[in-house]
Write a protein that binds this ligand. Structure first.
Ligand SMILES: [Zn+2]
Length: 412
């Protein structure tokens, strides 16, 4: 075959693949679609769409869901198809205070889940023994075989080497050391044929937020719970950087003169300035007046929800601290804007419960920064949904993205 013939032969096969990708992408919304529907969405010819649907039905990726209503013109009833691959996805949340497992079907519907509070075991072996036992229990309960699992995602604290599925380091499990091969631990449990994905929890949750936003937006998701981190999203992608440290904004130094040493080795990190332990110390050292709702609580039992609750009651003592916290976040957003310039900032976790006063103070402080006051309003929102559900969905989304990106899915 000559070079030009080779080229001619290659074009149709690339086109075929491209068309198949387009056709299958229509079914990612987990809705039922007819051939005519896919034709109008993709602009591909009816015959090509029919062939592609047939191809995916043959692979067990699409199934017929029967005939719909007849058309207005009284033509014959169209047949509908839907994505229904018979595999499962598993998301594992290995968090500092909780272990959680959620099985999904390939349509991202949760099938079963379990979670329990824990203290991170002293060794990764022990931690993954828990995962093995809990997964086995759920799989037996639901009749899921290891071969039925398409992929497993792990959400963890700390910094992740995505390529090698290694947990580089986590301040929540320093006794594990560094460069823990978490991917290998998973493979020992679920076998070599699964697809694996390891993600920092803040980023996993952010993937779930991203799926509901305009993909071309510049988004900063602020994850605020046992840690403080963020995800910088640009062009629909979460930025990681060479060492996966993009997003570790809890360790952005806001006050170098601060006296508290952070676990990262620096002084004045945001995470320390706004930590709950600092708030509790302050309350212990300078107790609230009796009129404050916070006076009913022991200082060590106070959390952010209590603080925002008191602030909602217009409690001056609580509001002084809320104003301080809002100032810290305003400074953070000011600094972040200089290197990332987000259009949207979404708080998830503890600060998603923040009151209107926090929001107002933060925006007022932010407006003092003349570069931003020039009309570049940042849209700030508070997403107070369950972090566990958002995390599980984020992990499942990463796996389903992997599924649809497989070359072999589109090959004869
Ligand atoms: Zn730090």
């Amino acid at each position: 075959m000559s070079g030009s013939e080779l080229k001619q032969a290659a074009v149709p096969s690339t086109l075929k693949r491209h068309n198949r990708e387009l056709v299958l992408s229509c079914f990612r919304d987990n809705q039922e679609h007819s051939v005519a529907d896919v034709v109008s969405r993709t602009g591909i010819s009816k015959l090509t769409v029919m062939r592609a649907i047939q191809f995916f039905c043959g692979k067990g990726i699409l199934v017929s869901s029967g005939k719909g209503e007849s058309t207005e013109q009284g033509g014959k009833k169209p047949e509908y198809f839907r994505f229904a691959h018979k595999k499962y996805l598993l998301n594992i949340m290995m968090w500092p205070e909780m272990l959680g497992l959620t099985f999904f079907d390939m349509n991202l519907r949760p099938i079963c889940r379990s979670s329990f509070p824990w203290i991170i075991p002293a060794s990764p072996e022990r931690a993954f023994d828990f995962v093995r036992n809990e997964a086995a229990r759920l799989m037996e309960e639901k009749g899921i075989a290891a071969a039925d699992i398409y992929g497993v995602s792990l959400s963890t604290s700390g910094i992740v080497d995505y390529e090698n599925l290694v947990l580089k380091y986590s301040v929540h499990s320093p006794e594990w050391g560094s460069d823990i091969p978490v991917g290998r631990y998973l493979e020992n449990i679920f076998g070599p044929d699964c697809c694996y994905f390891v993600e920092n929890a803040g980023k996993s949750i952010s993937r779930s937020v991203l799926s509901e936003q305009q993909p071309d937006k510049r988004i900063l998701v602020l994850f605020t719970t046992w840690g403080l981190s963020g995800a910088f999203i640009e062009g629909g992608r979460i930025l990681n950087g060479r060492d996966s440290i993009i997003g570790e904004i809890g360790h952005m130094v806001l006050d170098p003169s601060d006296k508290e040493l952070c676990s990262c080795g620096s002084y004045g990190c945001l995470e320390r300035l706004v930590s709950i332990t600092r708030l509790r110390k302050r309350i212990a050292a300078d107790p609230p007046p009796e009129s404050s709702p916070l006076s009913k609580l022991a200082p060590e039992g106070v959390n952010l929800q209590h603080l925002f609750f008191a602030s909602r009651q217009e409690d001056g003592y609580a509001r002084e601290y809320v104003s301080y916290l809002a100032g810290c976040f305003a400074t953070l957003l000011r600094n972040v804007s200089l290197v990332f310039n987000p259009e949207t900032v979404v708080f998830v976790g503890d600060y998603a419960q923040a009151d209107e006063y926090f929001d107002r103070c933060m925006k007022e402080k932010l407006e003092q920064f003349h570069y931003l006051a020039a009309g570049a309003d940042i849209e700030i929102s508070y997403d107070d949904r369950s972090l566990y559900e958002m995390d599980a969905k984020g992990g499942a989304l990463a796996l389903i993205n992997h599924f649809f990106a497989q070359e072999k899915l589109y090959e004869d």
